[in-house]
Design a protein around this ligand. Structure first.
Ligand SMILES: N[C@@H](CCC(=O)N[C@@H](CS)C(=O)NCC(=O)O)C(=O)O
Length: 208
């Protein structure tokens, strides 16, 4: 097995999809985190785009998350893509769609323009509606079996956990297949609160 180093940033959803694939395949790798606000010279030497993730395989830098995922599919079992070529093509198409959703999310959290914020919010609502329509059953994209496309959507849905605590975006409303379990956070809080621990006392504090 070659040596793998993943050049990372802790909050990057494109890095997270690579981490999910490596982890699902049981690959040992070193994770090297960089400051994207002050990119080190050695990183700019490795990465023509100046973006993370970069997977360094035995000294060869592989950049672009989609390419990293395909390389891992080509070289490391188990396969995470479905075997059927047409289903695989459909999954790849939805992975691209996931990247376009990430671009919308980046605008949503960056823009200072109220109109653009509103239109991106509506665009996201529409796109997540397409995912909802495609899903067959929980918990994964294709029901019971985890596949590579899920490595793209997991990091996407982590944003909505935060957005829900900031405001009512209606992005997940009336979409039971993609909705996060609304009772889960409260049940987990009650469980932690009942432990009699330091964290319990914190969990029992009234929320802001
Ligand atoms: N298309 C790239 C996108 C990666 C990307 O946007 N990475 C962001 C962090 S999440 C980045 O490195 N940004 C730094 C920059 O643009 O200067 C991929 O799929 O790998």
């Amino acid at each position: 097995m070659p040596s793998f180093t993943l050049i990372s940033h802790p909050l990057c959803p494109y890095v997270q999809r690579a981490v999910i694939s490596l982890t699902e395949k049981g690959v040992a790798f070193e994770r090297r985190t960089i400051d994207l606000a002050a990119k080190p010279g050695w990183f700019l030497e490795l990465s023509p785009t100046g973006k993370v993730p970069v997977l360094v395989v035995d000294g060869t830098p592989v950049f672009e998350s989609a390419v990293i995922l395909e390389y891992l599919e080509d070289t490391v079992a188990p396969a995470l893509h479905p075997a059927d070529p047409l289903v695989r093509a459909e999954h790849r198409a939805f992975m691209e769609f996931g990247s376009s959703i990430l671009s919308d999310i980046a605008v949503l959290y960056s823009t200072q323009d109220d109109n653009l914020f509103e239109s991106k919010s509506q665009e996201l609502e529409r796109k997540i509606g397409r995912i909802e329509a495609r899903l067959v059953a929980r918990p994964w994209f294709d029901g019971p079996r985890f596949s590579l496309v899920d490595a793209v959507y997991g990091p996407i849905f982590r944003y909505f956990d935060l957005f829900e605590t900031i405001g009512d975006f209606d992005i997940l409303s009336n979409k039971p297949k993609v909705a996060t379990d609304e009772g889960y956070k409260d049940r987990l809080r009650a469980f932690v609160a009942a432990r009699g621990s330091v964290l319990s006392a914190m969990a029992l504090q009234p929320q802001a």
